[in-house]
Write a new protein. Structure first.
Length: 281
């Protein structure tokens, strides 16, 4: 598979790349961001942390605002951030141009409903196609993978990790949508992409997956108590209840005064990467 390096910059002794390639999963070109820490120059394969972004985002948001490179350089972590949806001519978008559905809002599922089914196959892209591509091109150790994400991307990180518990040694999330079946953002997206049969939604709902027997060893979640979406869309108390019932070691930190923005994410990014590094050694 041919990849195109869109941009490359040196940072913290490593290489920050933005890469584009033709995706078979989405039938579009896809772009992702990858930071290779300085340890990559010494040979050998390095652990990788996947970061899934939230609604409206592209890889540029975390690349420019996430402040992850210093910690990745310190701990020797490769950091990869894919896009949040397919893009390009002919890719359908929400007819009302809503921010929470369509372009920038793929919700990390494989759509089964029209007109979304051809392109909106973000589950396959993130769990199969992109890891295989990265492993073929770069010095990443797929036996040492962690995953994290923000908001919709936190939802994606949790559901992907719960569905692939042997793949990911470490899991965390920033302000995740923990129970999309029970909140407006998720109900809209899952109905639109997967249809009205709510039983098909459960594998894309972290709380439902835990209720159905999926397990993780431990989990770190940060949420700001000034997040405007806390009560209506995020509902971290539902994850707390599900983890307690399942015996999952959840570290849930409600951070006073923090909102939903990258000011919040960047403040606690180093903590999360330290969490991942400890489990990926």
């Amino acid at each position: 598979m041919t990849v195109e390096i869109v941009s490359e910059n040196k940072s913290h002794g490593g290489r920050q790349l933005v890469v584009k390639h033709a995706s078979a999963a989405t039938s579009t070109d896809m772009t992702y961001s990858i930071f290779l820490p300085p340890q990559a120059e010494r040979g050998g394969k390095l652990p990788v942390v996947w970061y899934l972004s939230g609604l409206t985002c592209t890889p540029a948001n975390v690349t420019e605002k996430g402040e992850y490179r210093a910690a990745c350089a310190e701990h020797g972590l490769v950091f990869i951030a894919p896009d949040t949806s397919p893009r390009g001519d002919g890719v359908p978008d929400d007819p009302d141009a809503a921010y929470d559905f369509g372009l920038g809002a793929g919700f990390y599922v494989d759509a089964s409903q029209q007109p979304w089914a051809r392109n909106y196959r973000m589950w396959t892209y993130v769990t199969e196609e992109l890891p295989a591509l990265v492993a073929s091109e770069l010095p990443v150790d797929l036996d040492r993978q962690g995953i994290t994400g923000h908001s919709m991307g936190g939802h994606g990180a949790l559901t992907i990790a719960l569905s692939h518990p042997r793949r990911f040694r470490s899991v965390s999330a920033f302000a995740p949508i923990v129970a999309p079946s029970q909140v407006p953002w998720g109900e809209k997206a899952l109905t639109g992409y997967l249809g009205d049969d709510r039983s098909k939604w459960r594998k894309h709902d972290a709380v439902a997956l835990i209720e159905d027997g999926a397990r993780l060893r431990d989990l770190l979640v940060d949420v700001g108590d000034a997040d405007p979406f806390l009560q209506k869309e995020l509902r971290p108390e539902l994850l707390q209840k599900a983890c307690a019932a399942a015996g999952i070691d959840l570290t849930l930190r409600i951070q006073p005064g923090y909102d939903h923005s990258y000011y919040f994410i960047s403040t606690f990014m180093a903590d999360h990467l330290r969490w991942h590094a400890e489990r990926l050694r």
